[in-house]
Each structure stands twice: as structure tokens, then as C-alpha cells.
Design a protein around this ligand. Structure first.
Ligand SMILES: [Zn+2]
Length: 255
């Protein structure tokens, strides 16, 4: 394991005389960068285990003050393709995704819904999970409203943990589904996306293939792709949609 001082000494010895400081960083997306007019080299902490050929590549890139020739371009390529750093960054990205999912700030869509709308969706999801899916879905999957979808009415975003287990990052619904007159489409779309979630979690399949259609029929949503359905839309896309539709009769007064 190299310290920052070791790393600095090694690349200076190989010709990168302009560098006077090396910093190890735990970035999710940056393999290396040069700062302070090219005198500080920031490298991903996976490079604590850098091999001699990687140190040589760094000394080329840093010695030229960046990617300025075919030689330094090849060196940079070698660095970013180094398997340990690729694995470390993939791990960091997954960890970030899992944390974000747990505390509700996952990537994908930002929910444009009000707290009341979010409570409504959570309640409806729980209700459908119990009454249509036999409780086979996770107790909580983020169900978000999206005000940017145009033709699509919803989506299910699949995720995979480092150990290979599947999870659902989110289900998102087109916010227009909250408008008056869209009740049937709203229920159908949520069931459609929940069927994708069940299908993905149990079989790993995505899309509208046979295993999804089995779920769709079982839970009672239309076994087809969700496009071009009769659904009411906002007059202007900038209009906020704050309506909270009534819950199914069985749930009224219970939420
Ligand atoms: Zn679908």
C-alpha cells in the first residue's frame, strides 16, 4: 500500500517533476484530476495499490500536465481501464444508490407530489400489495410522481445490489394520473408497474414478456404496454397537480 508521499516520490522518480502533491480521494466518478495549475495530482484511493506500469502511466499524464499527446492519451486509457479502480468505483456507485434508496433520495425521478399525494400513493401501493399481490412485494417501494413524462404513464426502475440481489429503485407515475377522470388509468398503471416489480424481483425479467403477462392477468391490469391510452392531461405542462384522489372505498376512513 502506497502513502501519498510514496506515490508522489514514485511518479517524480519516473519524470513527473512538476507534481509536488498527491492526494488520494474516494470519488464515485473521478479516476484522477490535476489541480493547482497541474502541480497537485488527485487520484482515486484504489491507486494506493498501483503497480509499476500504472505509476509509469501516471507520471506520463502528470508530467505532461494532462492529456496532451498520443502517449499521455494511451497512459490515461490504461489508468482508467485498470480493473481495481473500475471495481472500486462500481462498488461506490452501488453503495450510493442503496443509501439513496433507503433514505428516499434515490436517482431516477424526483417526486413532484405533495406530502398528501405521497401518503395517498403509499396507501394505495400497500392496499394493492395486500389485495392483489398476496403481500409478495416489498412493504415499501418508493412510489413517485413525475411531471416530465410525456407519452409514458409510468415506469419501474430495477436495481441490483453488489451481491446480485434485485431490488426496485422506484415506481414512478405520470402526475397527470392524479387528475379527475383518470381513476381507472391510475389504478391500472400502478398495478402495471407493480407487476413489473413482482416480475423483476422474482424472475429477473423486464419488459412485457410472458412472465410479466402472467402477473398482469393475476392482479387484474391490462396486459399491454402503457402508451396512447385515453388519459386526461394538464392544460399546460407548467400547471402543478396537487389533487389527492379518493382512496378505494375499502380504505376510506382507514388511512
Ligand atoms: Zn410496462
Amino acid at each position: 500500500m502506497l502513502t501519498e508521499e510514496d506515490f508522489l516520490r514514485e511518479i517524480r522518480r519516473r519524470g513527473a517533476k512538476r507534481i509536488n502533491c498527491v492526494r488520494f480521494k474516494d470519488n464515485r466518478s473521478t479516476v484522477w484530476s490535476l489541480t493547482r495549475r497541474g502541480t497537485t495530482l488527485n487520484v482515486h484511493s484504489a491507486f494506493r495499490r498501483a503497480t509499476p506500469d500504472i505509476l509509469r502511466a501516471f507520471s506520463k499524464v502528470a508530467g505532461e500536465g494532462g492529456i496532451r499527446s498520443a502517449t499521455s492519451r494511451d497512459a490515461a486509457q490504461l489508468i482508467s481501464d485498470w480493473p481495481p479502480v473500475k471495481r472500486a468505483m462500481e462498488r461506490a456507485r452501488r453503495r450510493h444508490l442503496e443509501d439513496a434508496t433507503e433514505n428516499g433520495t434515490a436517482p431516477g425521478t424526483r417526486c413532484c407530489g405533495t406530502p398528501q399525494q405521497q401518503t395517498y400513493l403509499k396507501t394505495l401501493y400497500r392496499y394493492f400489495n395486500e389485495t392483489r399481490f398476496n403481500g409478495r412485494l416489498p412493504k415499501r417501494i418508493p412510489v413517485r410522481l413525475n411531471n416530465r413524462m410525456r407519452s409514458a404513464l409510468g415506469h419501474m426502475l430495477p436495481g441490483e445490489r453488489e451481491d446480485g440481489t434485485r431490488y426496485v429503485v422506484e415506481i414512478a407515475l405520470n402526475v397527470d394520473l392524479m387528475l379527475t377522470g383518470n381513476g381507472a388509468e391510475r389504478a391500472d398503471t400502478l398495478l402495471h408497474e407493480m407487476a413489473h416489480a413482482a416480475d423483476y424481483l422474482e424472475s429477473g425479467n423486464r419488459g412485457h414478456g410472458p412472465s410479466w403477462r402472467v402477473w398482469a392477468k393475476r392482479v387484474g391490469c391490462r396486459p399491454m404496454t402503457l402508451y396512447d391510452r385515453p388519459v386526461r392531461f394538464r392544460r399546460r405542462r407548467s400547471d402543478p397537480v396537487t389533487r389527492v384522489p379518493p382512496l378505494p372505498p375499502a380504505l376510506r376512513g382507514a388511512a
